[in-house]
Design a protein around this ligand. Structure first.
Ligand code: NAI
Length: 271
């Protein structure tokens, strides 16, 4: 269902790799709600992914950018304003990657070059993106910036590895930069802390199947899907949430406030 919530709004969407990506579903929903945008991803992901299909479907242009490279991001911001015909109203950062996770390195046996690469891609890229937008004065007043995160930033999930630290860093950047973006430009910055979701990045986490099933059993409303996340992001990009900022917003069917659920208890009881 469409409500035209984003009519006339322009933005940039990072991180749509394939139709499972949270950013992919978000692009589809923003399109349905009347928003226009530029799609971006790392040049390498562009070759592997299907982003062209999404661009066609949503009438968008693609500008490749490695989110760890400031010069790429600056060209992206300039290019997006030019192609869309003005300043931006929304930006979605939907990027995450840990080389230690990819290589199967245990948290107690990290390769620190990989660790550095991981926080650059997953967290500092958000600062670099916001700094490029801020310096170029590229956001309209009452614009909205969202990054996606996971609750391993606050609680221990052993197999989430160094992504837990990357997400804590990301959430902190959202608050710290959000202060300046709010005060100086009237732009809001929030993170959405999403349920485990079956995507390329999600399934890279060891034991993902157990992880997602457990979260589903613990949550009174069940896990939030990628489409649910897309809808929540649409609300944060709309004018209905103008003074929500500096928040880490749990979007997880209630998981984050649970101790234990009946469904989980039953797996430990004799009958
Ligand atoms: P995905 O694998 O579809 O998306 C991750 C994206 O990051 C890919 O499009 C990839 O190309 C992009 N990326 C990696 N390195 C990049 C770079 N240097 N420059 C630009 N882009 C780069 O997976 P998903 O799940 O849609 O991930 C989106 C976000 O949601 C990530 O921040 C992830 O940590 C977060 N998230 C995912 C959850 C899950 O269970 N899938 C749960 C909570 C948060």
């Amino acid at each position: 269902m469409s409500y035209n919530l984003l009519k006339g709004k322009r933005g940039i969407i990072f991180g749509a790799l394939d139709e499972n990506s949270i950013a992919w579903k978000t692009a589809e929903r923003i399109h349905e709600e009347g928003g226009t945008f530029v799609l971006t991803n790392a040049p390498i992901a562009m070759r592997m992914g299907k982003i062209k299909d999404l661009a066609e479907k949503t009438g968008s242009e693609i500008i490749p950018a490695d989110a760890t490279k400031v010069e790429d991001l600056e060209a992206l911001v300039d290019g997006a304003m030019e192609k869309l015909g003005g300043k931006l109203d929304f930006v979605l950062h939907s990027i995450g990657m840990s080389v230690n996770v990819r290589k199967g390195n245990h948290y107690t046996d990290m390769n620190y070059d990989y660790t550095t690469k991981g926080w650059d891609v997953s967290a500092v890229s958000f600062h670099k993106t916001m700094q490029s937008l801020y310096k170029k004065d590229a956001m309209n007043e009452w614009g909205s910036i969202v990054a996606l995160t996971y609750m391993a930033a606050q609680r221990v999930f052993p197999d989430y590895n160094d992504m837990a630290d990357n997400k804590a860093y990301l959430e902190s950047i959202a608050r710290s930069f959000g202060y300046f973006f709010g005060k100086d430009k009237k732009v809001r910055v929030n993170t959405i802390s999403q349920s485990p979701t079956p995507t390329t990045a999600g399934q890279g986490v060891k034991g993902f199947d157990g992880f997602i099933a457990y979260a589903d059993k613990m949550s009174p409303l069940g896990n939030a899907t990628a489409l649910d996340c897309a809808n929540y992001t649409v609300s944060l990009f709309s004018d209905l949430t103008k003074r929500v900022t500096l928040q880490n917003l749990f979007h997880d069917g209630g998981f984050s406030n649970m101790g234990v659920s009946q469904a989980v208890m039953e797996t430990f009881m004799d009958e």
